[in-house]
Design a protein. Structure first.
Length: 357
């Protein structure tokens, strides 16, 4: 614990897995592969890792042999030996294992929420939203401001882009960078996002505005998100009817917003490890767009996004303590032994990129 490894993340993931086993046993519920209805995760993960590995190695190999293509196989192996030493292979596998165990446990526990806590707090959160927005519904204000045409398609794209962003950031932290202190800090923070998020789901179960007040979003055109929302409601009803008769998982829970929470984690991390200015600005812009999209499309109440922001910040701080990236109680990137004394600023994690290239 307290160093650039995944002991803290692994411990959190194991505790979450134990909680999953206990709740499944106590309430007689199945444990499912959360993304395995079409393609099992044990097939998806190796493919994702292989693609990330090839994107890491192949461009470097081609760059070295663009004037002598016949040397590509030899240069490819050279790059593999340089980039993928045993220590980094172990680092990447450990980080991926900790992340996936926590993610699979998180998704199963999220599915169990309506069996454990049958309360719903949508009405209270709706009233709180209206109080904060001076008697107005935040989604209605956004619909009036942006319209209900092309904006719906744009915010749907933003929402879907977030889904793709998470594995990309994990690939950066585990595969492409060689700054292990930064990588372990970020992956541990994401693991803690899942831990804190599912704990809050059990404490404050909600549906979200799209399900508790669907008429408010009737004017929006059909988008990919519309299909996703319909499928999620269908899965919820199927799971609640008989969880053993389906391989689906129940995924509806609004408070707190993990879309916002993970993006706050990303934004704080890129600031704390001092990435390039354009990366930091892009992260904050995407955070703002994500927050707007989740409210506009009805996924979340405004207070859900506040809760998500607090959750994401807490995950970064706890992960800093757990991975040794702190001075006292203040998060601060730990300088690796033998690394340059300058701060990371020349790439996605500059000391790593300098040494890797």
């Amino acid at each position: 614990m307290g160093k650039a490894n995944f002991k803290f993340a692994g411990a959190a993931a194991v505790l979450l897995a134990i909680a999953t086993l206990f709740v499944a046993w106590h309430y007689d519920l199945p444990i499912r592969d959360p993304d395995g209805v079409v393609v099992p995760m044990y097939v998806q993960l190796p493919i994702i890792v292989l693609l990330a590995f090839l994107i890491d190695v192949l461009p470097r190999s081609v760059y070295r042999t663009w004037r002598a293509p016949r040397e590509l196989p030899a240069r490819f192996m050279d790059v593999v030996h340089e980039r993928w030493q045993r220590s980094h292979v172990a680092f990447a596998i450990a980080g991926l294992a900790a992340w996936y165990l926590s993610y699979a446990a998180f998704r199963n526990l999220k599915s169990y929420v309506p069996f454990v806590n049958k309360s719903l707090y949508d009405h209270q959160l709706h009233d709180l939203d209206r109080a904060i927005w001076f008697g107005h519904d935040p989604a209605a204000v956004l619909h009036s401001l942006f319209g209900t045409g092309i904006a719906a398609q744009f915010f749907s794209l933003v929402y879907v882009a977030w889904i793709a962003m998470v594995p990309v950031t994990l690939a950066v932290a585990l595969v492409w960078t060689r700054h292990t202190t930064a990588g372990s800090w970020y992956v541990t923070a994401v693991v803690l996002d899942w831990v804190l998020g599912v704990a809050i789901y059990f404490l404050v179960p909600t549906w979200g505005p799209i399900y508790s007040d669907k008429s408010q979003f009737a004017a929006l055109p059909h988008t990919y998100v519309s299909t996703l929302q319909s499928d999620m409601w269908s899965d919820r009803l199927t799971v609640l009817h008989d969880p053993w008769a389906t391989h689906a998982v129940q995924t509806i829970a609004a408070f707190a917003s993990l879309h916002v929470g993970v993006m706050v984690t990303v934004c704080l991390m890129v600031e704390l490890i001092k990435l390039k200015r354009w990366i930091r600005i892009s992260a904050w812009v995407f955070l703002v767009l994500t927050e707007i999209a989740t409210i506009y499309l009805g996924w979340h109440f405004f207070v859900d996004t506040i809760g998500g922001a607090a959750l994401g910040a807490a995950a970064v701080w706890l992960a800093a303590i757990g991975t040794g990236n702190h001075v006292g109680l203040r998060p601060r990137l730990h300088q690796e032994t033998g690394a340059p004394a300058t701060s990371p600023s020349a790439g996605l994690a500059a000391p790593a990129v300098r040494r890797a290239n």
